[in-house]
Design a protein around this ligand. Structure first.
Ligand code: SAJ
Length: 432
């Protein structure tokens, strides 16, 4: 039976490469739609946890994983051989940046694609979901897969569909986030649509993989640039002694043409600080210099340094220097109510404070340990001792569960980078 029919009647065996927060969220929707799934991840510990019915992703419950494994609906493996049994393969591996050059690092994608090539078979559907620069699917992946002798659009199907998972967002899950799909040919799009239409509420086909790749970059670069704008506003407002938070709140009353963003200690996560670099890199290799995007990236990158200067400023009237001062950081995750510390600005802020000779500790209800420059810091309980024992309390992430009244009551001085203490008065509270 043709793949299209097997996708439509859900008898097709779907594969997911990369079982992180994106891959596992996709597995969940495939499972709910009734597909049989083969999940592959090179991290053996992930495979073991899944086989034991344990989840390591906040949004995918262990009970569901246990049920899929028990019923045999989900099989997981750490080797790519299982690709040969897949009718379609969704690639959900990381696309980070190279540490030094900040250039795109497609090594995880290339490893997966080279492995898939070894097992690629006729009428298989391959879909890349990882965020990347426009041209990746047709200029990088397609040639590698066609080294198998099979031709995309004729012998197998090749598409790009950007992941839009927002970890911890209970209103928008993979199922009800519209799914963008672009293909190497009309047939490729058609097959990718048939797969997703069975498990997601809305599928939006675009005219090419380049467009689909660019859609995701626009979405996230839009955020980076607007966060950069509001961070610059914060720096300007503090020069003019204007409360930027009040300005944003009042501007938000405009019912059209405005979308609030909020200043902060810098950009964290695996998307927003990364994606604009993928775009910039592609632009520059094509002789285009994205001035505005680069400027916004720079503003955001300078925020950790600004926060450290702010701490130094508030200690001065107390005749204290950073050197020898005890700084307690409240919240180190990259954004509120998540345990993810990837690219968190807190890490750079800790490094900078330590370079100035400060003694730094942290308290985060979601993060038990943090490794920074090779040393491991453990989260302290947020209690009166910890707060009163610090020369300055620095709020970097505004988790909802933190008792901010307690912080304001016992801290000698607070630098609040998230307006977490917005309704709490106090001369000792200093906002961005
Ligand atoms: N941030 C600010 N000010 C803001 C918003 C965010 O400083 O006004 C900071 C956050 O603290 C964080 C970083 O920017 O450090 C990124 O925050 P984010 O809210 O953009 O959250 P992410 O990184 O989880 O972005 C994801 C993205 N989802 C995908 O790429 C699939 C993004 O497209 C979503 O719009 C975003 O979640 C979301 O809306 O939550």
């Amino acid at each position: 039976m043709a793949l299209l029919e097997r996708l439509q009647d859900r008898s097709a065996k779907v594969g997911v490469i990369g079982l992180g927060y994106v891959g596992l969220s996709l597995v969940r929707e495939f499972a709910r739609a009734g597909y049989r799934i083969i999940g592959v991840d090179i991290d053996e510990s992930k495979i073991r946890q899944l086989q034991d019915g344990k989840s390591y992703v906040m949004d995918v419950p262990s009970e569901e994983i246990g049920k899929w494994i028990e019923t045999g609906q989900l099989e997981v493996a750490s080797d790519y051989d299982r690709v040969r049994d897949m009718d379609c393969v969704s690639i959900c591996v990381p696309t980070p940046l190279r540490a030094k050059s900040k250039d795109p690092d497609l090594s995880y994608v290339l490893d997966a694609v080279v492995a898939i090539r070894e097992h690629l078979h006729r009428s298989q559907l391959v879909i890349l979901e990882s965020t990347t620069f426009p041209g990746t699917t047709t200029e990088v992946i397609q040639p590698i897969l066609e080294e198998s002798g099979l031709v995309a659009g004729r012998d197998f199907y090749l598409a790009f569909s950007p992941e839009r998972v927002d970890p911890g967002n209970s209103s928008y899950r993979t199922r009800n986030i519209p799914k963008i799909v672009g293909g190497v040919s009309a047939e490729c799009v058609r097959h990718a649509e048939a797969l997703y239409e069975n498990c997601l509420e809305q599928v939006v086909a675009v005219s090419s993989t380049d467009v689909a790749e660019m859609v995701k970059l626009l979405e996230n670069t839009f955020r980076t640039v607007n966060i950069g704008l509001v961070n610059e506003f914060a720096l300007l407002c503090s020069k003019l002694n204007i409360d930027v938070w009040e300005v944003i709140e009042a501007a938000s009353t405009k019912p059209f043409g405005f979308m609030p963003f909020y200043p902060g200690p810098g950009l964290g996560g695996h998307c927003i600080p990364v994606d604009p670099h993928y775009l910039s890199w592609k632009a520059k290799v094509n002789g285009f210099h994205p001035k505005l995007i680069d400027a916004a990236v720079q503003v955001n990158q300078e925020m950790p340094g600004h926060i450290v200067r702010r701490v130094r400023e508030v200690l001065k009237p107390l005749k204290k220097e950073l050197r020898g001062s005890k700084i307690l950081i409240v919240g180190v995750a990259y954004k509120r109510n998540t345990d993810d510390v990837r690219e968190s600005p807190a890490i750079e802020i800790i490094e900078l404070l330590k370079q100035e000779g400060a003694e730094v500790g942290f308290s985060d209800p979601f993060v038990a340990q943090l490794s920074e420059n090779g040393t491991r810091l453990s989260s302290r309980p947020l209690d009166e001792d910890a707060l009163a024992g610090a020369d300055c309390v620095l709020i970097v992430t505004d988790h909802s569960s933190v008792d901010y009244e307690l912080v304001a009551r016992h801290a000698a001085v607070v630098v609040d980078t998230r307006n977490a203490l917005k309704d709490i008065p106090g001369e000792h509270i200093h906002r961005l």
